[in-house]
Design a protein around this ligand. Structure first.
Ligand SMILES: *Cc1c(COP(=O)(O)O)cnc(C)c1O
Length: 460
């Protein structure tokens, strides 16, 4: 094992040096298939052969830490959490019981306490989940089971119909949750957004009333706190007023934009009323840079996770439901995600994360003014937080096509990996500021390259 470890670290170090300036080694799927030769038979237990695939894996994976990797809501990863992941892989245990993962269990509990304090849920509880998709579903499940108190035993048959509400810009994981939980996607009502991208709460109130008048149960509203494309924050205060009247569960999906809880100024600006939500989730692996996956779900109540999620005879595994985290989880085996999280937290501290978020915010403002000043680019909607939705401006009769070509060309020429999204029928670049290596200079350079290539395409 010792030599294997040494070799692995050496390969990683070399790859890291080699990659420093390179974004991606672009190959089509067919080309890559030929290179990898996955069907090759090797002599058993030959490390040399194994390491060839390890090197290829590294060579052909995009360098997500590169400043021009602006494809996702995350990029690169914090060094302490990389250390944490390596150690986690070595210890190979499951975070479901204290016995099997004593340190990880205490770290997870500690971190959940820290987050409860920041979010200001005074009598709350929480758990790490496999990501916000999963956390959104668990929140919806808790709400469902609180509304129909026998649903766990009797199922949804012969019950009043349940309705959930989200903004039309909410994440698709809510549709999946409605599917999984038996609500049905037809009963997930999508509320139109205002011009600023926030859910229109007047229309929400009308829809809720309509559902109630027709015998349905309005059990769940999800406030998207930083929408995936536009970065808009639904208005928590307005939703709280409706909650008072209609008594639904109000969940906050802060997968992306929830990171502003670290910064008091931005927290006040975007999340006023946060501590009165019924539940809240956030991905530490997005804006805050922990290794994938790193998510937590918080409830503004105690003992609801266990009464919602615990089921069946688990006496063979759990000894003490006060300390064994698996008892309140939908999983049996639980990957240890808490070590990396804890190490990041201690290394950077809340202040460090606060500074990071503030810096991203300032960079987004800078990017917006750059785009507005350029005669070749245009903002398609105003930037509301960290997301920039812009496109290359042109008289070309098919602007969507042109921007698609531009994106593909930037990728194939290994210059930048940007993401595209639709706003209405306009195809836009969705630039997300979440890379610790990004600065004003690098952003300006990226825009310049994008403009140059866009103008080249336009001339053809
Ligand atoms: C990314 C995202 C999700 C999904 O999170 P995963 O951790 O990838 O499952 C959900 N909601 C929003 C708003 C997101 O941005």
């Amino acid at each position: 094992m010792h030599n294997v470890l040494k070799e692995t670290l050496q390969i990683l170090t070399e790859s890291n040096l080699k990659k420093n300036n390179k974004l991606v080694n672009y190959q089509s799927a067919d080309e890559l298939k030929a290179i990898l030769d996955l069907d090759k038979n090797i002599d058993p237990q030959q490390w040399n052969e194994i390491f060839i695939w390890v090197k290829q894996y590294l060579d052909y994976s995009p360098n997500t830490a590169h400043p021009n990797f602006i494809n996702r809501m995350w990029s690169g990863s914090n060094a302490p959490s990389i250390v944490g992941e390596i150690v986690t892989a070595f210890s190979n245990t499951s975070g479901c019981t204290f016995e099997s993962a004593p340190v990880a269990t205490l770290m997870e509990k500690y971190m959940i306490e820290q987050m409860l304090e920041i979010v200001d849920f005074k009598q709350g509880e929480g758990q790490m989940t496999t990501g916000s998709s999963n956390a959104n579903m668990i929140a919806m499940m808790v709400a469902r089971n609180q509304t129909l108190t026998t649903v766990k035993q009797t199922g949804l048959f012969n019950q009043k119909r349940l309705f959930a509400f989200v903004s039309q810009d909410a994440h698709y994981s809510l549709d999946k949750a409605a599917n999984i939980l038996g609500i049905g996607t037809d009963c997930l009502i999508k509320i139109p957004t205002l011009d600023n991208g926030k859910m229109d709460t007047e229309i929400l109130a009308e829809k809720i009333k309509w559902v109630q008048d027709n015998g349905g149960l309005c059990f769940f509203v999800c406030a998207t706190l930083g929408t995936t494309v536009r970065g808009a924050y639904d208005d928590i205060e307005k939703l709280l007023k409706l909650k008072k009247k209609y008594h639904f569960w109000l969940h906050g999906d802060g997968a992306w934009g929830g990171a502003v809880i670290m910064n008091d100024k931005l927290k006040d600006k975007y999340l006023s009323g946060l501590n009165q939500l019924d539940s809240f989730t956030m991905d530490f692996h997005k804006m805050l840079g922990s290794n994938l996956m790193c998510n937590f779900l918080l409830l503004n109540y105690q003992h609801l996770l266990s009464c919602t999620c615990a089921d069946g005879d688990s006496s063979y595994i759990f000894r003490d439901n006060d300390i064994d985290l698996g008892a309140n989880s939908l999983q049996c085996g639980r990957r240890v995600d808490s070590l990396k999280w804890f190490l990041d937290w201690k290394f950077y501290t809340k202040q460090g994360f606060s500074d990071r978020v503030e810096r991203y915010y300032a960079l987004a403002e800078f990017a917006q003014s750059f785009i507005e000043q350029s005669k070749y680019l245009e903002m398609v909607v105003k930037c509301s937080s960290f997301n920039l939705c812009f496109r290359f401006k042109s008289n070309h009769n098919n602007q969507n096509n042109l921007n698609q070509c531009l994106r593909d060309k930037l990728h194939q020429e290994q210059i930048a990996l940007l993401s595209l999204a639709y706003i209405g029928d306009k195809l836009v670049f969705r630039l997300l500021i979440s890379n610790i290596n990004l600065d004003k200079m690098k952003l300006s350079n990226l825009f310049e390259r994008l403009i140059t290539i866009g103008r080249e395409i336009e001339c053809h």
